[in-house]
Design a protein around this ligand. Structure first.
Ligand code: UDP
Length: 236
């Protein structure tokens, strides 16, 4: 596989074309943004951690019956993935109140939800990724009912698996964001990343935050938290 021209540069990753029209290469950066892009910084080593962790978890999820875009890890920062059309939705699952959920509904961070919740945001930077409901999604033609049923089913499957798996490493899965893509034949697959950038991870005993909230909230110990997650899950 030969790396070709850059197709896209996002906040945390670059995407390159390859000589195979069905394969792209994702390259993870150390750049971090928060607060709708207002806060910018670098988390040294983040790109390597997010790349390796995402691939590790996606391989496990494939075995659990969740199809993903993962093809092959090429090096510490780069991975070959299936070329997809991204469904322009952020799919957020929550087990414990935190962040925008706490603010919106006036629930203290750390309150365990009676049942896991799922919400969608419309991926649109100009509109600041507004929360969107299923009727809005169909009205705008962003996805079909069948696609949303598949995405919902996969998202809860990811939650069931990850929650249990991470608890084995003393990590509580508070909430996370997923993105899905469509293959040329219409198959829905899990895309993007699963990392401390996109999940809230708390130490199961102390409730210490081990994720990007340390960067968002200027708590310090950002790199240490990412390294700790990597060490617990990948053993290094
Ligand atoms: N999240 C994300 N990208 C976003 C927004 C949220 O990865 O653009 C993740 C975030 O890391 C957290 C979950 O989705 O694990 C829920 O985030 P929330 O809605 O509470 O937003 P925040 O408080 O981060 O603004």
């Amino acid at each position: 596989m030969v790396k070709a021209e850059q197709m896209y540069e996002g906040k945390a990753k670059k995407v390159f074309a390859t000589d195979d029209p069905n394969i792209c290469i994702v390259s993870y950066k150390d750049d971090a943004t928060a607060l709708d892009g207002l806060k910018k910084g670098t988390i040294t080593g983040k790109g390597v951690i997010n790349n390796r962790l995402t691939n590790h978890l996606m391989k496990l999820l494939e075995k659990e019956g969740v199809p993903t875009h993962f093809v092959e890890e090429l090096n510490d920062r780069e991975t070959a993935v299936k070329r997809v059309t991204i469904v322009p939705l952020e799919v957020i699952i929550r087990n414990v109140a935190a962040g925008s959920f706490s603010k919106r509904f006036g629930v203290e961070e750390g309150v365990v939800l009676k049942t896991p919740s799922l919400e969608f945001s419309y991926k649109n930077d100009d509109l600041h990724d507004p929360m969107i409901n299923e009727y809005h999604i169909y009205a705008l033609g962003l996805a079909t009912k069948e696609e949303i049923a598949t995405i919902t089913n996969y998202a809860f499957k990811v939650n069931d698996f990850l929650k249990e798996y991470l608890l084995g490493f003393g990590i509580e899965l508070i909430d996370f964001k997923l993105e899905f893509g469509k293959l040329p034949d219409g198959t829905i697959v899990l895309a993007d990343e699963i990392s401390p950038d996109t999940c809230r991870f708390w130490d199961a005993k102390t409730h210490e935050k081990l994720d990007k909230d340390r960067f968002r909230r200027d708590m310090g110990g950002v790199e240490d938290a990412y390294n700790e997650i990597m060490r617990r899950i990948l053993g290094e």
